[in-house]
Design a protein around this ligand. Structure first.
Ligand code: URA
Ligand code: SF4
Length: 273
């Protein structure tokens, strides 16, 4: 293996996978071949894509019974016009207070705390994930678990640092039990918060991490594979759709595609400078 190939492998976070799991190696190498071409053409010298050690995926248990849950919430529903209007006019402090105290959907029942978002409130970049996981629920900050480590490495790959010009939020602010995908009514109940965050930040680009974020921002059904590389916007802000880092932990061969998406986002930003 050439030194260059090895260094690209290392940068793409594929080396340990390649060494540890022989069955995955052919696949990883094939993916890498495409990645390294894209890298040379598009994003030479962009930096490190992923750190090389964190490959244990967070367990993601989908509970059909919970996904389909339609029982009324023990939390009082306050999905009123007054609530929506209040959120739409809130400044940061009030908005975060409102999120932390929110009981508008059943996700309030099992959370330890709501997770409003973190980062540069004037940031030109805004990333939208799905929902807090257990670590986020414990610490009150988005993307601080395994997926967060990968997200930080993805940001570093395009020269970004969490909190510097970047704001990170989730589609829903409270952890769904067992990390299930948030239900449509929960996303709808939480949407005024995300909308207000976007309006306050006025980012120059939105990155939708995974399907719930993409579908929420675009207001349509989305398949990530099909939507990648396509032009979308939210309120005239360009939206780049890419894989969720937790998906990438389970499917590391797709990391290079996520990296291409981020390179595309960076090019879009450069064009608008
Ligand atoms: N996954 C998300 O979508 N958001 C987080 O904050 C953590 C994991
Ligand atoms: Fe409120 Fe959103 Fe939490 Fe539901 S997920 S309780 S709408 S903050």
């Amino acid at each position: 293996m050439s030194a260059r190939r090895e260094s690209v492998l290392r940068e793409m976070g594929l080396t340990p996978l390649w060494r540890q799991r022989s069955r995955a190696s052919a696949c990883a190498q094939n993916e890498l071949a495409e990645c390294s071409v894209a890298r040379e053409e598009d994003c030479a010298g962009s930096g490190i894509l992923v750190e090389t050690t964190a490959f244990t995926p967070e367990p993601r248990v989908l509970e059909p019974a919970l996904v389909a849950q339609a029982t009324p919430s023990a939390c009082p529903s306050i999905g009123t016009d007054a609530r929506v209007a209040r959120i739409a006019g809130a400044q940061w402090e009030e908005l975060e207070r409102e999120i932390r105290a929110c009981t508008a959907c059943r996700l309030c029942e099992q959370r330890r705390q709501a997770v409003p978002g973190v980062g540069d409130r004037q940031g030109p970049w805004m990333l939208v994930g799905e929902a807090p996981g257990s670590e986020e629920d414990r610490r009150g900050e988005p993307f601080v678990g395994q997926a967060g480590k990968l997200l930080d490495a993805m940001l570093a790959a395009i020269g970004l640092v969490r909190g510097e010009g970047v704001y990170i939020a989730n589609t829903v602010k409270c952890r769904p039990p067992l990390n299930r995908t948030p239900a449509a009514d929960e996303i709808a109940a939480c949407l005024p918060f995300l909308e207000r965050q976007i309006r306050l930040i006025q980012p120059r680009i939105l990155i939708a991490l995974g399907r719930p974020a993409a579908e929420t921002l675009l207001g349509m059904e989305v398949r990530i594979n099909a939507a990648r590389g396509k032009e979308f916007s939210y309120d005239q802000i360009p939206v780049v759709v890419t894989y969720h880092p937790a998906y990438l932990l389970r499917n590391p061969a797709d990391k290079c595609k996520a990296w291409e998406d981020l390179c595309r986002a960076r090019r879009l930003m450069a064009r608008r400078d």
